[in-house]
Design a protein around this ligand. Structure first.
Ligand SMILES: [Zn+2]
Length: 285
């Protein structure tokens, strides 16, 4: 499932092909992708608007619209399991195409931004007030608000196991199963450790690991370990070659050689080294 690095890559590669273009029409192949709007209402909201910017917040891609130079709402795109954005010629329909925007450039050149989604869980919805829609998200882990001091204090206040806490988008934005497992391994922390009991030096190690793992994955255009995630240019990401534990159950831990183990934490497949990430001691009753 795409996480911060895959969504960041998608936004970065789509951006130069769509910013400055006018939406001259839309086509909807799967109504639920619009998140509750009718195809007519969606078309009315976006038709005639110019794409002013393409940004990312958490796992959302923000396609910011304007009319006569003034903000005119945002299309919020969530890739969920199998969503992809591609830009190509303004003709025909591609397999698994759920929504498409027909675009016109300054020289009247035509193109089409397509949201393809095999499993149909993704969203491509218009929001007049995106700030309100996104207001419950935690800080961006690669942004200036995610400091070691903030993270230490935030962990201390949470009596929750680390893995479900780090997956909670309201706590910290953009992480998913892959990058949580990779970060916890690098910090030597078991996914069931209670956040409030993580010592200061381990909290700092986890903070650094999260930033390093995400930055390295963005640099390699994300991770492609199945047939779904591809960049808008059709290329797989490359970070899967650097996985130390994720999807490596039974293979040797790169640090100590013990076989990586797969367990289930909060219904999510979780990969750890039981020697490098010791289990928390049970609290006495
Ligand atoms: Zn190990």
């Amino acid at each position: 499932m795409p996480e911060l690095p895959e969504v960041e890559t998608t936004a970065a590669l789509v951006r130069p092909h769509v910013v400055g273009r006018r939406i001259v029409g839309s086509e909807v192949g799967w109504v639920r992708t619009l998140g509750g709007a009718s195809p007519e209402a969606f078309d009315e909201a976006v038709r005639g608007a110019v794409i002013a910017a393409v940004e990312r917040r958490a796992k959302w891609i923000l396609i910011e619209l304007e009319r006569r130079g003034r903000a005119a709402g945002t299309i919020l795109c969530h890739l969920r399991m199998t969503g992809r954005l591609v830009v190509d010629a303004d003709a025909g329909t591609q397999p698994y195409e759920r929504v498409a925007l027909r675009l016109e450039g300054p020289g009247r050149e035509r193109s089409r931004l397509r949201f393809l989604d095999v499993r149909k869980f993704g969203r491509f919805r218009f929001e007049p007030d995106p700030a309100a829609f996104l207001s419950n998200l935690g800080p961006e882990p690669l942004g200036p608000g995610f400091t070691a001091e903030w993270f230490r204090a935030a962990l201390r206040r949470r009596d929750r196991a680390l893995k479900p806490l780090l997956l909670d988008q309201g706590f910290l934005a953009g992480l998913g199963n892959i990058y949580v497992d990779e970060s916890l391994f690098r910090a030597g922390l078991h996914p069931l450790r209670l956040a409030s009991r993580v010592p200061r030096d381990r909290a700092d190690a986890l903070h650094a690991a999260i930033r390093e793992v995400l930055a390295a994955a963005v640099e390699r255009e994300g991770s492609s370990f199945d047939t779904f995630y591809r960049t808008p240019e059709g290329q797989p990401g490359q970070y899967q070659h650097l996985f130390q534990v994720y999807g490596r159950d039974g293979q040797p831990c790169p640090r100590c050689g013990r076989a990586v183990k797969k367990l289930v934490v909060g219904q999510r497949g979780t990969h750890i080294c039981t020697r490098c990430q010791p289990a928390p001691r049970r609290r006495s009753r």
